[in-house]
Write a protein that binds this ligand. Structure first.
Ligand code: HEM
Length: 407
């Protein structure tokens, strides 16, 4: 979050800890729900804050992720994440092809078979941390290694490339690191390309059956085949979309439950509450503000917003998921909330490809967490640990402790 020299807050607004939201959101929602506001880069954007407005915009084929002139497109922030895309003329055709090529490996049915493997992975990580003794940092000690390993295994990323992917993902989400992140991405694209070639050169080599990369290298999807440059790009995009998002929900979810010990106890006693807890974490754990950028592809003369072609439109999923018109007592964390029609995974054309995977990861994690009876947080507040240098926010650390039996 960067403020203008005048001190006027600009988008993205500073996001407080927890289930709250930037102070501006509730006022904006109670107005038209779509407002033209200055951004941290000196541009302006249409910010959409209410639930119906965000959903409608997600379904509107006049808005996409590309811009006719990406280098000069208005921006929300100086960070590589959600840069305006090129390929304006063919965006939706290319996107349909891309979705088609990737949707099968990410289907709920295929992913549900992964549960036992994820349970073992979590168990191994937690066992190591328990051996370290309290306090344990949930972020660096459990959530990040778990989320990174799950997505890298699924994609088939060789071990030696994994640390570089994590570093690039951090850089892409950090203010002021746009160029550095882009340079790192270009190196990674070349390295992924080299892996694809290696798999093809040695179809029976050690990378065979390693994951999506080898599946795609050896047996391209029947009807739709992504070119190698698009494939390497897709692999990186999926890592970026599926690593930190999950890790931050794991740490926020832990904090919410530790701050609501009665709900954690209910979860322990009644595993049927698990799915509801996962959904409530997705609704409320939106570090950073849950901003998603879009560009108008044509003029859109809406009653409250004379949007012009090329304008930046910013959707806040955090605000939409706290809309009191839809969610009663919206900032209250409640694992029993029914119904819970949150749109944490988006809606419509760009609906999250990894929603089923994210649900599985959180479900495995919460089931594991709820089995530990004596957990507590090891620091009194979270405010000092918020990652304000990241456009996606999140906690820098979350220390937890437990009572060890006295000798
Ligand atoms: C809790 C974790 C996650 C949250 C909250 C989340 C949220 C979202 C949201 C809101 C969108 C829509 C973006 C838009 O409208 O432009 C999206 C898209 C996407 N997500 Fe996720 N996501 C999560 C986890 C994952 C995982 C684990 C993956 C890994 C496969 C993933 C892959 C994607 C991809 C590839 C897209 C783009 C889809 C498209 O363009 O059609 N996400 N996600």
């Amino acid at each position: 979050m960067v403020d203008e020299p005048s001190g006027e807050p600009t988008l993205p607004y500073a996001c407080p800890w927890g289930t709250g939201e930037p102070s501006q959101f509730s006022e904006l929602r109670s107005g038209t729900g779509i407002d033209k506001l200055p951004t941290s880069t000196g541009d302006s954007a249409w910010l959409v804050t209410n639930y119906d407005g965000v959903r409608a915009m997600c379904n509107d084929l006049r808005v996409g992720k590309s811009h006719v002139d990406p280098p000069h497109a208005p921006r929300l922030w100086d960070a590589a994440l959600m840069e305006p895309q090129s390929g304006h003329a063919d965006e939706f055709t290319d996107h349909t092809r891309w979705r088609h090529a990737l949707s099968r490996p990410f289907s709920s049915r295929r992913l549900s078979q992964l549960r036992p493997r994820l349970e073992i992975l979590l168990q191994d990580i937690v066992t190591d941390r328990l051996a370290d003794g309290p306090p344990v940092d949930v972020c660096a000690g459990i959530a990040q290694p778990f989320a990174a390993t799950v997505i890298c295994d699924l994609l088939g990323i060789p071990q030696e490339l994994r640390p570089a992917l994590v570093q690039w993902s951090d850089a892409a989400r950090t203010y002021g690191m746009t160029e550095a992140a882009t340079a790192r991405r270009d190196v990674l694209l070349r390295e992924i390309d080299a892996v694809l070639k290696k798999i093809r050169d040695q179809p029976d080599g050690p990378l065979r059956d390693s994951g999506l990369l080898s599946d795609f290298a050896l047996t391209p999807p029947d009807s739709v085949q992504l070119q190698d440059d698009k494939l390497a790009r897709a692999i990186l995009d999926i890592f970026l979309a599926g690593y930190d998002t999950v890790a931050t929900r794991m740490s926020y979810g832990t904090a919410f439950l530790l701050d609501h010990p009665e709900q954690l106890a209910e979860l322990r006693d009644d595993p049927s509450l698990l799915d509801g807890a996962v959904e409530e974490i997705f609704r409320l754990a939106v570090p950073g503000g849950g901003y998603i950028c879009r560009y108008a592809h044509s003029d859109m003369p809406l009653p409250d917003a004379p949007i012009k072609a090329g304008d930046l439109i910013v959707l806040s999923f955090q605000s939409a998921n706290r809309d009191e018109q839809v969610f009663i007592d919206a900032t209250r964390f409640d694992v029993r909330r029914r119904p819970n029609p949150h749109i944490a995974f988006g809606h419509g054309t760009f609906y999250c490809l990894g929603a089923a995977l994210a649900r599985l990861e959180l479900s495995v994690y919460l089931a594991g967490l709820s089995r530990f009876p004596a957990l507590r947080r090891a620091h009194p507040t979270y405010e000092h640990d918020l990652a304000h240098d990241k456009v996606t926010g999140g906690l820098r650390q979350l220390l937890i402790a437990w009572d060890t039996p006295s000798a």
